[in-house]
Design a protein around this ligand. Structure first.
Ligand code: IPM
Ligand code: MG
Length: 355
């Protein structure tokens, strides 16, 4: 049956990198993949036309697709607006609306790029961490939230870090299931030493492991210690499970270890069979937008994750990933990797290895 992919190019370099991912998908279609691709406005690009970053129609279209591939959102021209009129709000609404509660963020160091890392090669060569970040709960969504003015004239800003046991269990289940296909090891991070919700997180993750995943080696680490361990001995980690806020921070930290933010994809998935949302980890990079020099690999690899988790084509996912790696091994580099290839030329290099 023909699957559907919705592209949301978004802002900044988003349209440039998703265009390349689209060419890769087009190549697979010409080789027999049954896939329908459509496109919609999203983020700042939608604010400019529709007044909001995510229209109800676009959300409905996303929920009706098998997979959504997003480019990037945000830029200086929309900063300073109220939160609900910012591109980022569209992304949070899209994640919540699609109920994609588990964010898979691989931090994998390509051997050809190990010297681009801020750490020595021995610490990062072969690094392959999979973050499972909770994505639709915690302090980015908790109520109450807002800024109020107090009687004494001070202003008071509030956000609420909140998790229910079922929100913790469902994302932990995703982490344990993925760990079974890797090393069967999970490290869960929270701040149970100072936060009640962190202690709940730890208890629920442990209880699920004891009840259903006794084959998994589970350990717990305080999130601040993990931030340190990630730069001290990053290869000690395989699957890391953590909440929305800590996952946001720690996955950025780990991404940098690989030396190449422009290489890293992500997947956001929900219940089995529901559509997934795929996006590069990098942002909209306004400083280089429009120049055709952005690295399209993260977008291409995000497409690969979509092929694997939502489009029923894990074999094609592996082929796309191998083509990216082969292009790197052959020396293809965009400027973020110290080379001079344009976005389109990097796409050509990957396509050349895709056959
Ligand atoms: C990310 C980003 C987003 C987040 C922003 C753009 C809302 O930082 O995907 O990590 O905080 O989740
Ligand atoms: Mg982030």
């Amino acid at each position: 049956m023909t699957k559907t992919l919705l592209l949301l190019p978004g802002d900044g370099i988003g349209p440039e990198v998703t265009a390349v991912a689209r060419r890769v998908a087009g190549r697979l279609i010409s080789q027999g993949l049954a896939l329908d691709i459509s496109e919609a406005r999203f983020g700042g690009a939608a604010i400019d036309v529709d007044g909001v970053p995510l229209t109800a129609e676009t959300l409905a279209q996303a929920k009706a697709s098998d997979a959504v591939l997003m480019g990037a959102v945000g830029g200086p021209q929309w900063a300073g607006q109220p939160y609900d009129k910012r591109p980022e709000a569209g992304l949070l609404a899209l994640r919540a609306g699609m109920n994609v509660y588990a964010n898979l963020r691989p931090a994998r160091c390509f051997s050809a790029l190990a010297d681009a890392s801020s750490l020595k090669r021995i610490y990062v060569d072969g690094l392959d961490i999979l973050f499972v970040r909770e994505l639709t709960g915690g302090v980015y969504f908790g109520e109450p939230r807002g800024v109020e003015t107090l009687a004494d004239g001070q202003r008071r800003g509030v956000n609420t870090h909140v998790y229910t046991s079922s929100e913790i269990q469902r994302v932990a289940r995703v982490a344990f299931d993925l760990a079974r296909r890797r090393k069967s090891e999970v490290v869960s991070a929270e701040k149970s030493n100072v936060m009640e919700a962190g202690l709940l997180w730890r208890e629920e993750v442990q209880a699920l492991r004891d009840a259903e995943y006794q084959d998994i080696k589970l350990s717990h680490m305080l999130a601040d210690n993990m931030a340190m361990q990630l730069v001290k001995q990053p290869k000690q980690f395989d699957v890391i499970l953590t909440d929305n806020l800590f996952g946001d921070m720690l996955s950025d930290e780990a991404a940098m270890l690989t030396g190449s933010l422009g290489m890293l994809p992500s997947a956001a998935i929900g219940d089995p069979g529901a559509p997934g949302l795929y996006e590069p980890i990098h942002g909209s990079a306004p400083d280089i937008a429009g120049r055709g020099v952005a690295n399209p690999c993260a977008a291409i690899l995000s497409l690969a994750m979509g092929l694997r988790y939502s489009l029923g084509a894990p074999d094609l996912a592996a082929r796309v990933e191998a083509a990216v790696e082969a292009a790197l091994d052959a020396g293809a580099r965009t400027s973020d990797l110290g080379g001079a290839l344009t976005t389109a030329a990097m796409g050509d290099a990957v396509l050349a290895h895709l056959g």
